[in-house]
Each structure stands twice: as structure tokens, then as C-alpha cells.
Design a binder for this molecule. Structure first.
Ligand code: CTP
Length: 391
């Protein structure tokens, strides 16, 4: 798959080297086109060395083949991203000005386009730039908003290039077909925490990785995604989704109910505590003899949603350790009114909480199917596609 990266003259141009290497690691073919001024910040040879393609700068470069390079590049591109994009290049592409290799190829391209602005805050907030960005959006380009940060001019404000995680995510996402466009998918992820006293709590080993992979897969496939995740997560979350945070089972229950009605698909991947203390202690519990905590059952959120569902497709998970895991999981599938249930057995090699891989069996009304060991991100696509019935 082919990505063209346009690089223009901002101090953030050096970050594009890192972005290129991330995209290459994903197996993508990347070609770079620089504005002439950008070569004052980073040498075109640095990009060529990474991409193994000659970096283009001028329209009429005598060293290249006899094909019309800006047209052949434009035909090859599946995504065209300008990172970083200066106020100048934004003004040009908003108005169809094509006076160098970068802007000419951009205009000749009909693939998805991404603009990642990076500039001084005043330039970014200038109504002219704002209007130009709106025009870009009107023409279908996606804008990856800059962040607030320390700028090269010494100011602190909006204009700092978006994070490489977000840029990589936004570019890769454009390479996927969008069978879930206009569908709303909610994913819950991570561990709940039940407070015992001001310093202690009950939780579990869930990292949230499987849930975050599911949210990312749903987003890549075009869905409008809401992720409900534990407050203290330190995972990189997918770009362009809505996020709400929970701590306790009750928090997650409220958020789940609030987001369920409008959802087309709901994936209950969070590892929900089955018990909480009956009485929370306001003061730190002091050490003494034996300590007995009285626990009471928490609400079963998935079961509640199953009982109250309309047209939503509901996916549950089953975390088992027993040998007769399939029977236990099928019971859960029925009891919780799921459309799909994902069984993983903690005792299976490659499955479980904190790793990057999983081994799952997909259970639906008709059959159960064990999938081979796979990365959580690969499996996430399979789960979302099965749940929503898309290819
Ligand atoms: N779940 C839930 N609310 C709970 C407990 C679990 O919504 N209070 C959901 C989980 O998110 C998962 C599914 O129910 O999607 C099954 O969770 P699991 O822990 O495997 O099973 P439990 O129902 O808790 O039963 P057990 O602990 O006895 O296996």
C-alpha cells in the first residue's frame, strides 16, 4: 500500500522522519515530496535513505524517468498526508494553487488526503488560516488538529504538530475500506476498581489492550466509536474516537446504559469485578489481627444490556481457566443474550491479560470456532467484522 508524505517548512519537519519509519515498519510503501523550503530543515537524502525512493522536491527534476512524475505519484498514492503543513501550503491547497512538485501532485491526486498543521499560534489562529482549513475540510481533506505546546518561536500555544501516534493512526486508518460508516460502536476496556478504603482497592490484571484494539479496528472500519476505559490507563488510544473514563463497576454501568440505546454494536470487553465491599471505610483500615471483608455482588452489566437490547449487536467476553470452558462460555452466551461471545482461556499459551496476543473461540447462535493464535489487533478486526456481519 502506498502513502505519499508531503513535508513543508516547519521546524517539526524532523518529526516526519520518525513518522516515515513508523509507516515503513507497517509494511507500507512511502514516498516523500518536500517543498523547497523544507529542505532547509531536513535533507531530502534523509528521507530517501529511509524510503528507498528518491525524495521529490522540484517538478522538473532531470534525474527521474520519462514518466510525468507528479501524475505517476498521484496515481499510485492511496493516502496523501502533508505533515507538517505550513500556513502557506494550506492556503495553496485550499485554493488549488499548484506551483511546485508537492502542490501539483496533491491537486492531481484523488485519494484520501490529510493535513497536519504546525505553525506559530497567531498564524494558526489567523482567520485567513482558519478559513483555508475550513475550505480544505469542505473539499474532503481531514485535518489533524495541532496540539498546545512549546513552539519554536518561544510561544506556548496551539500550533504544535499532533502526536506521532495520532498521525500514524490517522494515516493507516485511511487505508481500510469503511463498511461500518454511519454505525455507532461502543467498546468497554480495562479493569474496574472497587475501593475498600482511601488507599486500597479490588481490581484485576486486565490491561485494556484487547478493548483498545477492538476500538481501533472499529474506527479503521469506519464506525463512530466510543471507548469506555479505566481512568488510569496508559495505553495509546485510537485517534478520532470518543472516550469516557470509569473507575468502579457502578461508573461503568452508568456509562454503558447512557451509550447503549444509540449503539449499533456494543462490545463488553472490560474485566468487571464481580464483587465490591459492602461498606466502604472512610478511614484507612488499620492493621490488627485477621481482617474479614464483607463483599457483595456487583451488577452484571452485560446481562442487564442483554435483557434490555433492541437491535444492537451485543458482544461479550468469557475469561475462563477450566477445562470445560466451551460449555461455561456457551452458558454465558445464552444467559447474557449475546450475539457473539469471545472465549479466552487464561491457561492457553499466548492468551490472557497483559500480552499482545490472544487465542479466542468465537461463539454465536449456530457454532463455535477457535481461531489460531493471533495478535490482539488482528483478532480485533475479525471480532468486529463477525459481530457486525461485514467483510
Ligand atoms: N461482565 C459484566 N458485569 C459483571 C461481570 C462480567 O458485564 N459484573 C461481563 C464481562 O465484561 C464479560 C462477560 O460478562 O463480557 C463475562 O465475564 P466473565 O468474568 O468471564 O464471567 P462472569 O459473568 O463474571 O462469571 P464467572 O466469573 O463466574 O466466570
Amino acid at each position: 500500500m502506498s502513502v505519499i508524505l508531503g513535508v513543508t517548512s516547519s521546524i517539526a519537519a524532523y518529526k516526519s522522519l520518525d513518522l516515515v519509519s513508523r509507516l515503513l515498519k507497517r509494511g507500507l510503501d512511502v514516498e516523500v515530496i518536500m517543498s523547497e523550503n523544507a529542505t532547509n530543515f531536513v535533507s531530502p537524502e534523509a528521507f530517501s535513505a529511509l524510503t528507498k525512493h528518491k525524495t521529490s522536491v522540484l517538478t522538473f527534476d532531470k534525474n527521474i524517468n520519462y514518466d510525468v512524475k507528479h501524475i505517476s505519484l498521484a496515481q499510485k498514492a492511496e493516502v496523501f498526508a502533508i505533515v507538517p503543513a505550513t500556513a502557506n501550503v494550506i492556503a495553496k491547497v485550499a485554493h488549488g494553487i499548484s506551483d511546485d512538485m508537492l502542490t501539483t501532485t496533491f491537486l492531481a491526486c484523488d485519494c484520501p488526503k490529510i493535513i497536519a498543521p504546525a505553525m506559530n499560534t497567531k498564524m494558526y489562529e489567523n482567520p485567513i488560516t482558519k478559513d483555508n482549513l475550513k475550505l480544505c475540510q469542505k473539499y474532503g481533506m481531514k485535518i489533524i488538529e495541532p496540539a498546545v505546546g512549546h513552539l519554536a518561536c518561544g510561544d506556548v500555544g496551539k500550533g504544535h504538530l499532533a502526536s506521532l501516534d495520532d498521525l500514524e493512526d490517522a494515516i493507516v486508518s485511511e487505508l481500510y475500506p469503511k463498511p461500518l460508516a454511519h454505525k455507532k460502536i461502543v467498546v468497554t476496556a480495562g479493569a474496574t476498581k472497587e475501593k475498600i478504603d482511601p488507599v486500597r482497592f479490588i481490581t484485576n490484571y486486565s490491561s485494556g489492550k484487547m478493548g483498545v484494539s477492538l476500538a481501533r479496528a472499529a474506527k479503521y472500519l469506519g464506525a463512530d466509536v466510543t471507548l469506555l476505559i479505566n481512568k488510569d490507563t496508559n495505553l495509546v488510544l485510537p485517534y478520532g474516537i470518543k472516550v469516557a473514563y470509569f473507575e468502579s463497576v457502578d461508573d461503568l454501568f452508568e456509562l454503558s446504559k447512557a451509550n447503549f440505546e444509540k449503539a449499533d454494536g456494543f462490545v463488553m470487553c472490560a474485566a468487571v469485578s464481580d464483587y465490591k465491599v459492602k461498606t466502604y471505610s472512610d478511614e484507612k483500615i488499620k492493621k490488627g489481627g485477621e481482617l474479614h471483608l464483607e463483599l457483595e455482588k456487583t451488577v452484571d452489566i452485560l446481562e442487564y444490556l442483554g435483557k434490555h437490547k433492541g437491535n444492537q449487536k451485543l458482544c461479550g467476553f468469557a475469561m475462563e481457566t477450566a477445562r470445560d470452558d466451551l460449555k461455561l462460555a456457551r452458558d454465558k452466551f445464552k444467559r447474557k443474550h449475546c450475539d457473539l461471545l469471545v472465549l479466552n482461556n487464561l491457561k492457553e499459551e499466548g492468551a490472557g491479560f497483559r500480552g499482545d496476543t490472544n487465542v479466542v473461540t468465537l461463539i454465536d447462535e449456530k457454532k463455535d470456532e477457535k481461531l489460531p493464535l493471533g495478535s490482539k489487533s488482528e483478532l480485533a478486526f475479525e471480532i468486529i467484522r463477525r459481530l457486525m456481519g461485514v467483510e
